[in-house]
Write a new protein. Structure first.
Ligand SMILES: *[C@@H]1O[C@H](CO)[C@@H](O)[C@H](O)[C@H]1NC(C)=O
Length: 347
């Protein structure tokens, strides 16, 4: 063989090897509704498997959508932190929600993944007019600490949810920061998780405030869903560019931030717009819908003359997981019970 032939075969061999490598790496992702429905039925027969994305994650589950309990147990080995939305603190500092605590689920999920962290959500119901007084009332702190102590052996921390945190700079940020610092100190080694709305403009939060909040929290959830829709016709859930803007905006902070991925959607008709969840997707007659990929937002829609459904599809999910991973961050899901198993298989 001449030198030329050897070089040629070398190149052909390298190309072949490259193609073999690429085809072994890429998981084929279903796209059309009918394909998604078929693959979902297959996914339901499969085992969980391990994480595909080696980044931190956090799943909400709710007592009103019980499918989340089953799915988080089945996929527990892919989940780092799970947050049941059980509790709220009322205006009078009384905890509500102990009646929905699901002890059996806690036992089973810890059995399925002994290193999973259970970090329940506590919603604080505050009144705008007396917000700061409530925050400064030592009873609020005591109520939350008592709750954590009552479940000392079961909870690994607490997730504090109040929309006021997202408007912190409009209030006395210092008082809120002090409250959270005291709370964190009293939690001993248990985790404190906070949450903020995603940014729409770079001035939304003061840099100095964010620095303090992120330092107190073990994790902060940036809500890159519930996109605020300006146009009535709009059906955006979590436009890709906006997710990217958020990842970029928070890049200067080195603390642990998780970015939100929705497992819910909307169904829009001429008359109304309603919530839409994964189980309903399976019930659609696929031959009556076309699947549309909106390039500008990287979102899927299922459409016909009467309805348009915005609901995440496997591509939607993979695009967002990839960019979140690229930025070295983690993700959180609202909420586990509204997704399909195909999503869980991809995580
Ligand atoms: C789905 O829709 C097609 C076309 O409208 C119809 O022929 C078919 O019977 C429907 N299938 C079911 C299961 O309803």
């Amino acid at each position: 063989m001449s030198v030329f032939n050897i070089a040629l075969f070398g190149i052909i061999g390298a190309i072949l090897l490259y193609y073999l490598y690429v085809s072994s790496q890429s998981i084929s992702i279903p796209f059309e509704l009918q394909q998604i429905q078929e693959k979902e039925l297959e996914a339901r027969q499969k085992e969980s498997g391990n994480k595909n994305y080696q980044i931190p994650n956090f799943f909400f589950v709710t007592p009103w959508n019980k499918e989340g309990y089953r799915l988080t147990i089945k996929y527990a080995q892919k989940i780092d932190m799970v947050s049941p939305a059980w509790f709220s603190v009322r205006y009078n500092n009384v905890i509500d929600g102990k009646q929905v605590v699901n002890e059996q689920w806690m036992q089973e999920i810890v059995k399925a993944n002994p290193s999973i962290a259970i970090i329940p959500r506590v919603q604080i119901e505050l009144q705008e007019s007396s917000f700061i007084q409530q925050i400064n009332n030592p009873q609020l702190l005591e109520t939350i600490i008592n709750l954590v102590q009552q479940y000392q052996d079961k909870f690994h921390g607490i997730m504090i949810d109040t929309p006021y945190l997202s408007y912190i700079d409009a209030f006395d940020a210092q008082d809120i920061v002090k409250f959270l610092q005291k709370l964190k100190a009293k939690l001993n080694n248990k985790m404190l998780v906070l949450t903020l709305y995603g940014i729409y403009n770079p001035q939304q939060y003061k840099h100095s405030t964010l620095r303090k909040l992120f330092k107190i929290a073990d994790y902060t959830l940036i809500q890159t869903y519930d996109y605020q829709i300006q146009d009535e016709d709009d059906q955006l859930l979590s436009p890709y560019q906006w997710v990217q803007d958020n990842l970029e905006h928070f890049m200067t902070y080195k603390e642990k931030l998780l970015f939100g991925i929705p497992f819910y959607g909307f169904k829009k008709t001429e008359h109304d717009k309603t919530h839409f969840i994964g189980n309903e997707l399976l019930k659609l007659n696929a031959s009556n819908f076309i699947t549309e990929w909106d390039r500008s937002s990287s979102e899927c829609r299922y459409k016909n003359e009467l309805v348009s459904i915005s609901y995440p599809c496997p591509d939607f999910l993979v695009y967002r997981l990839e960019i979140i991973k690229e930025f070295g961050r983690g993700y959180f899901v609202w909420e586990g019970g509204q997704g399909i198993e195909l999503f869980y298989q991809l995580l």
